[in-house]
Write a protein of this length. Structure first.
Length: 225
């Protein structure tokens, strides 16, 4: 009699935590290089480090068992990062579109989980106030795209709270980061080293959204290595 097919060999469980640690460390290193480069005015360091951030974070998330919408959202964030390295108007619009697609993926990830009604009112007030204040100072051809993108971004930031505190903070930081970009487009007065603050809040946002999503779906053990 045949003994039947041999059982598939399991992937050693020790390899995943090791890969996760390495990828998270690489993400942290790339983030540090990017932020230090922005503070130092080292444009080459920023150009090299920024495109590495989201692929490394996405790879880390995959090793922790990330659902597909989370991974795809991070990769759309990578597309936005790359296009926003250019100062061209068309690149800004394409980059904004890539981030918008990422927000849709996040909304799919959040599903129909319940979120606070008072929080919805607060985010609605932030959205309306920001758009009203920025509108006169935005270039005419960017007003409608920015308003539409702001609506989608605010919806994502609000719904992120359905996955808990970490993801909720990530959504709020994402909204803050993109608002800082919008004030720059509107030529409002900026903080010293404005790109540093944009990237600091953005990197924190994407990491917290990732960690919050993994924790909400799989528990503490999937967000630590």
């Amino acid at each position: 009699m045949s003994a039947g097919p041999a059982p598939a060999r399991a992937v050693p469980t020790a390899s995943r935590p090791l890969a996760s640690r390495a990828l998270l460390a690489a993400f942290g290193f790339a983030a540090a290089v990017d932020l230090i480069s922005l503070l130092a005015g080292a444009e080459l360091g920023h150009q090299l480090a920024k495109p590495l951030l989201m692929p490394l974070l996405a790879a880390y998330a995959v090793t922790r068992g990330a659902p597909k919408p989370l991974t795809v959202a991070l990769l759309f964030g990578w597309g936005g990062d790359v296009f926003l390295l250019s100062d061209a108007d068309w690149a800004f619009l394409v980059g904004m579109g890539s981030f918008a697609a990422g927000h849709v993926c996040y909304l799919v990830l959040f599903g129909r989980r319940r979120t606070s009604v008072p929080l919805a009112a607060a985010y609605t007030a932030v959205l309306v106030g920001t758009v009203v204040l920025l509108w006169p100072d935005l270039p005419a051809d960017l007003r409608i795209p920015v308003a539409g993108y702001s609506l989608l971004l605010t919806a994502m930031a609000y719904r992120a709270g359905s996955l808990g505190l970490l993801a909720g903070l990530g959504g709020g930081l994402f909204l803050l980061s993109d608002t800082l970009i919008a004030t720059g487009v509107a030529h409002w007065p900026q903080l010293p080293a404005p790109d540093f603050w944009v990237m600091l809040t953005y990197i924190g946002a994407q990491y917290l959204l990732t960690a919050g999503a993994l924790r909400a779906m799989y528990g503490e053990r999937r967000t630590t290595v």
